[in-house]
Design a protein around this ligand. Structure first.
Ligand code: PLP
Length: 370
């Protein structure tokens, strides 16, 4: 297998894939695949409940919060969240730090008034001027007393590689509205105080499992604030009441997510993932910072531990960098089309060994080609 640096759908732990392959045709002697089981069967109910309980354990989700397994992806949540939380409100507050948070803000405008309360210079441009987490203390003045339904932000901007480091979590207790966080690309990579969030959501296809399932952690106090137009299948209250089985959930994606959670628990849980992410990203950023060829536009303290964007001083070398990397078994390193350059995504399933292989290649490439 290659070292796969895809931003998502991303590499999964090899042992998980092997186990899924072993169980593909005959799950635990039952003579059928998990894919072929009724979501209401006792076998699948066991798989589902263990998956949900393991996830709760991994993130220490308190009893005040429900965990829902939904569909629609994080982009679907851009509509699902406003439809669920706007009852009695006309507006919500948004922090824009990159392409994903901007997209969320834009979609919200179909449902209510989107108030951008904090922005970095130009959240879409991958320049040093744009790639940072803005100072957050002013949020208290900008949000409190304004009748906001919630404050939304994206904890890790997958495209530009900008990651929060607890700034909003630390302020949440002083805000007069719930915090809603898109954690699609860094969930399960750091410990969280879930009690500080009204809602955390994320598509699965980075640290959780295959695409198709969307995880929602929601404060139970927010379960019944949906607009009447909200489709029942996407109403958090309805989904919660029915244990995520109001309609057929993405059963196979949830099963694989369950195998990923078992793998992560065996490794040492989220603290293990956090330490690993720190070590891997530091190795990669150090290599970039100590070179004349590579550059990372993100301000140091705001650099993502999951998605490492970098450019080559001479753009003419981009295609040979990518093709030589592929010859070394290092794939999916091309940066997002909106920002160019390279991006190495190093989620939980990427071992340190893979990052070492990448930095060895980068150093050799600089020596021989630049
Ligand atoms: N938000 C973030 C931070 C992402 O990285 C992504 C990427 O997949 C999305 C939202 C969109 O998720 P989906 O394609 O599952 O809707």
């Amino acid at each position: 297998r290659v070292w796969n640096f895809s931003a998502g759908p991303a590499a999964l732990p090899e042992s998980v894939l092997r186990r899924a392959a072993e169980e593909m045709l005959d799950w635990q002697g039952k003579g059928l695949s998990v894919m072929e089981m009724s979501h209401r069967s006792p076998e699948y109910t066991r798989i589902f409940e263990k998956t949900r309980d393991d996830f709760r354990k991994l993130l220490n989700v308190p009893d005040t919060h429900d965990v829902l397994f939904m569909q629609g992806g994080a982009v679907g949540m851009n509509a699902i969240v406003p439809m669920n939380l706007l009852q009695g409100f006309e507006q919500a507050a948004f922090v824009n730090t990159g392409a994903w948070s901007k997209k969320t803000t834009k979609e919200f405008s179909k449902y209510g008034l989107a108030r951008v309360v904090l922005d970095n210079a130009n959240a879409l441009a991958n320049t040093a001027a744009a790639c940072y987490v803005p100072e957050c203390a002013s949020l208290l003045d900008r949000v409190n007393g304004q009748q906001m339904a919630y404050l939304h932000y994206c904890d890790n901007e997958t495209i530009s590689g900008v990651e929060f480091n607890g700034q909003i979590e630390a302020l949440a207790g002083q805000l007069d509205c719930p915090v809603v966080a898109d954690m699609s690309s860094n969930i399960l990579s750091k410990t969280l105080d879930v009690t500080q969030y009204g809602l955390i959501y994320g598509g699965a296809q980075k640290n959780v499992g295959p695409a198709g399932v969307t995880i929602v952690i929601i404060d139970k106090a927010l379960l019944n604030r949906a607009l009447s137009i909200c489709p029942s299948a996407f109403a958090f209250g309805t989904v919660a009441e029915n244990g995520s089985m109001y309609n057929t959930p993405p059963t196979y994606s949830i099963y694989i997510a369950g195998l990923v959670f078992e793998w992560l628990i065996e490794k040492g849980g989220v603290p293990w993932a956090q330490a690993q992410a720190q070590e891997k990203s530091a190795l990669l950023y150090d290599t970039i910072d100590n070179s004349d060829l590579y550059n990372c536009p993100v301000r140091r303290q705001d650099r993502s531990r999951m998605n490492v964007p970098f450019t080559l001083a001479d753009e003419a070398l981009n295609s040979s960098f990518l093709s030589k990397a592929a010859e070394h078994g290092l794939v999916q390193l091309k940066g997002h089309k909106s920002v160019g350059g390279m991006r190495a995504s190093i989620y939980n399933a990427m071992p340190l060994e893979g990052v070492k292989a990448l930095v060895d290649f980068m150093r050799d490439f600089e020596k021989t080609e630049a």
